[in-house]
Ligand binder design. Structure first.
Ligand code: ADP
Ligand code: MG
Ligand code: ZN
Length: 182
């Protein structure tokens, strides 16, 4: 049978990982076999092999650098959940392939960089997905809805893994203001 792709997008701190974990737990409760993949380069938290959300909920996960690394295990599962999808270089091809092979593929990812530029593979996957959710955080400056990530430090590399020390979620107005100040 055919599967499908569900995307969970939004800025940092919008609860993407929390929502991914919530969906996985729901399928686990229904006895579906779930494989949770997270990004190997994310060393924010000491315990490798667990997905940890900003609210510190934990779940067993398998750290990978590419989705291809997981392909030989995927056949055993009903649900494949991918966290930090923006860092997986082969996101589009494997998500599409696994869905075509009957898997429910859940992907949590940043849709935009801290400069509000697109993460292209993530946006390509929007065209191939059955369902897309964009979550919002609370603006760290004005408490409105925050759809964007802002880097507080001056480093310029696109991939800079970090938490509250390096990033905050901001609304459109506060993001525009903070970007011109830098
Ligand atoms: P994401 O995976 O999108 O980065 P998580 O699911 O890991 O998000 O974490 C969301 C959690 O982050 C919230 O439950 C909350 O405890 C925390 N948090 C920290 N800063 C903010 C903020 N500005 N707005 C909303 N949640 C925040
Ligand atoms: Mg997350
Ligand atoms: Zn704001």
């Amino acid at each position: 049978g055919w599967g499908s792709v569900e995307l969970i997008l939004g800025p940092m701190f919008s609860g993407k990982t929390t929502e991914l974990v919530r969906r996985v737990r729901r399928y686990q409760a229904a006895s579906k076999l779930c494989l949770l993949l997270n990004y190997k380069g994310d060393a924010r938290y000491a315990e490798a092999g667990n997905v940890v959300t900003h609210d510190l909920t934990q779940l067993k996960a398998h750290p990978v650098e590419t989705l291809e690394e997981a392909h030989n295990r995927v056949w055993q599962y009903d649900v494949i959940a991918v966290d930090e999808g923006q860092f997986m270089p082969d996101l589009v091809e494997w998500a599409e392939r696994w869905a075509n092979e009957g898997k429910l593929v859940l992907v949590a990812a940043l849709d935009g960089t801290f400069k509000r530029q697109p993460f292209l593979p993530v946006l390509q996957l929007v065209s191939l997905a059955e369902d897309v959710t964009k979550l919002k955080a609370v603006c760290a400056q004005c408490h409105r809805e925050a759809a964007f990530t802002h880097r507080k430090s001056p480093e310029d590399a696109v991939e800079l893994v970090g938490g509250r020390d390096k990033y905050e979620a901001l609304c459109r107005a506060c993001h525009a203001q903070s970007s011109t100040e830098m």
